[in-house]
Design a protein around this ligand. Structure first.
Ligand SMILES: Cc1cc2nc3c(=O)[nH]c(=O)nc-3n(C[C@H](O)[C@H](O)[C@H](O)COP(=O)(O)OP(=O)(O)OC[C@H]3O[C@@H](n4cnc5c(N)ncnc54)[C@H](O)[C@@H]3O)c2cc1C
Ligand SMILES: NC(=O)c1ccc[n+]([C@@H]2O[C@H](COP(=O)([O-])OP(=O)(O)OC[C@H]3O[C@@H](n4cnc5c(N)ncnc54)[C@H](O)[C@@H]3O)[C@@H](O)[C@H]2O)c1
Length: 466
């Protein structure tokens, strides 16, 4: 049977673009790709990139305060011009979108600016009814924000909306306690919105190391976010220009805007997957094996739509590995076990790789090394903010199992820690490195005495490995 393409990719985000480009440019495959919105996907257009630029923008007041602490009398941030920033942001996103499209065109990928759905195991249908066949189909459609299911929720904003607001809200409620809630509360407060964060749990960032979660919660409060734990909205109603929020505990308050950061779900609805026999999991995710292959052999899926580890570099690696495996005769699986990540709160980020202290304790005996200190740079400027670094080490093998950093540019540091940890480094290997002084990161190689020992009541080390 002949096909229009060797590969058709649905979705021009992190995973889909990489897979299409590698299959076409490295392995000579005939590739088509459909993107229904802007090329680049969530990360480039409404995620990592604009989010981080907004984090940078939101730090002007903090930088001015630090400058005053260093003797720059009268240093002030000035007035933030949201329209001017948005204009620049739009131009930057358009530039990046062009670069992504250009990369595909240069690789001879046929780009279809259209929504696509599956018609059968080898056929996709574009929005105009055009049908195209392919030997392999890759689904890389990502995820979408999920709302909590309360009355009036359609009046709220989602993270996509934050990049296109006409004006910044004077008083805003952020609902949720994950990556997005913490980062956007930091941004909104820093840009001048009086920000309340309502989270139903007892510390933000569920799944992260418990000690670090407490530090992030405290820092949000320290920068002025009104963090309300154990609090959840029950309904939203319009009240003139404002929104009235009734909370589950019976209280009610008005805000200029409400943002839901209550998680994301795979975007599989209406894609024709089930009709084609593709198995979906309980959250609507495409169930795939270690080769990213679905229950239909010609259909593969990568990125957030598979709900494995929902981060851009993971989607990219999955897309690249798929192309190497299927078109390059270089079988390559993705190891999802040791993925570093960072939450871009400010002034300190939280960055992690490997096991949390709780996971390590459930696994077996481990030594925990913790350094908590006021970094020289902010201390001199008059800040009490503390940085915290933690190494979790297997008590028997000395292998470093986890590293958690709460501090300035922690994301930059964890990237480098992920390398030796991936190689199986021991605490002795860390100690053997001579420190770079004076830096924050030197703490990672100078922690001599364990702060505590954990997990002695557990003997089955393999039961709870990461
Ligand atoms: C606010 C926010 C901040 C984030 N920050 C970070 C961060 O700092 N670091 C990090 O690593 N990750 C971050 N992420 C997560 C990251 O963006 C995702 O993990 C990543 O984009 C997933 O890539 P993907 O290829 O699976 O999907 P996406 O990038 O979502 O791409 C899917 C694409 O498919 C298109 N599409 C969907 N359905 C169809 C269809 N039927 N036909 C045609 N096209 C379709 C969509 O328009 C989209 O362009 C963030 C996410 C958000 C929401
Ligand atoms: N810096 C980064 O790398 C980065 C930044 C943003 C997003 N991301 C990725 O995007 C994903 C999605 O981020 P997110 O923050 O939306 O999701 P999340 O899963 O991290 O957090 C969702 C939050 O919403 C809460 N929640 C869920 N349902 C709720 C309900 N019905 N009522 C009240 N609260 C509810 C949860 O308890 C949780 O705190 C992340 O898991 C991550 O993979 C990464």
């Amino acid at each position: 049977m002949t096909f229009d393409y060797d590969l058709f990719v649905i979705g021009g985000g992190s995973g889909g673009v990489r897979a299409a480009r590698i299959a076409a440019s490295e392995y000579g495959a005939r590739v088509g790709l459909a993107e229904e919105s802007r090329m680049g996907g969530t990360c480039v257009i409404r995620g990592c990139v604009p989010k981080k630029l907004m984090i940078f923008a939101s730090q002007a007041e903090a930088h001015a305060a630090e400058a005053r602490g260093y003797g720059w009398q009268g240093a002030e941030a000035g007035r933030f011009d949201w329209q001017a920033f948005r204009h620049k942001l739009d131009a930057e996103l358009t530039r990046l979108e062009g670069a992504y499209t250009g990369g595909l065109v240069a690789a001879d990928v046929d780009v279809h600016k259209s929504r696509a759905r599956l018609a059968d195991a080898h056929t996709v249908e574009l929005a105009d009814g055009q049908r195209l066949t392919a030997k392999h189909i890759l689904i890389a459609v990502g995820g979408r924000p999920s709302l909590p299911g309360i009355p009036g929720e359609e009046l709220g904003l989602i993270s996509d909306d934050l990049f296109t607001l006409d004006t910044l809200p004077g008083r805003v409620l952020v609902v949720g306690g994950g990556f997005i809630a913490c980062e956007f509360a930091t941004i909104l407060q820093g840009l001048g919105s009086r920000t309340v964060l309502a989270y139903r749990g007892d510390a933000v960032l569920r799944g992260f190391d418990a000690e670090m979660r407490r530090h992030v919660t405290e820092q949000l409060r320290m920068i002025g976010v009104d963090v309300r734990l154990g609090t959840n909205p029950a309904r939203l109603q319009r009240e003139g220009e404002a929104l009235r929020v009734d909370f589950e505990d019976g209280g009610s308050e008005t805000f200029d805007a409400v943002m839901f950061a209550t998680g994301r779900a795979p975007y599989t609805k209406g894609l024709g997957l089930e009709e084609a026999g593709v198995r979906l999991g309980g959250r609507g995710e495409i169930v795939v094996d270690a080769w990213s292959q679905s229950s239909v052999p010609s259909i593969f899926a990568v990125g957030d739509v598979t709900d494995r580890v929902n981060l851009t570099p993971v989607a990219i690696r999955e897309g690249h590995s798929f192309a190497d495996t299927v078109f390059g005769a270089k079988p390559r699986q993705v190891d999802h076990g040791l993925v570093a990540s960072a939450v871009y709160t400010r002034p300190h980020e939280l960055a992690s790789v490997g096991l949390t202290e709780e996971q390590a304790a459930a696994r077996g005996p481990a030594l925990v090394y913790v350094a908590s200190f006021r970094p020289m740079r902010s201390l001199f400027a008059g800040s009490d903010a503390r940085a915290v670094m933690k190494l979790i080490v297997d008590a028997e093998t000395d292998k470093v199992l986890g590293c958690h950093i709460f501090g300035p540019e922690a994301g930059e540091m964890i990237q480098m820690v992920a390398v030796p940890m991936g190689m199986g480094a021991t605490k002795a290997d860390f100690d053997a490195a001579i420190a770079v002084h004076p830096t924050l990161a030197e703490e990672l190689v100078t922690m001599r005495k364990p702060t505590r020992r954990i997990g002695d009541d557990k003997t089955d080390k393999h039961a709870a490995s990461a």
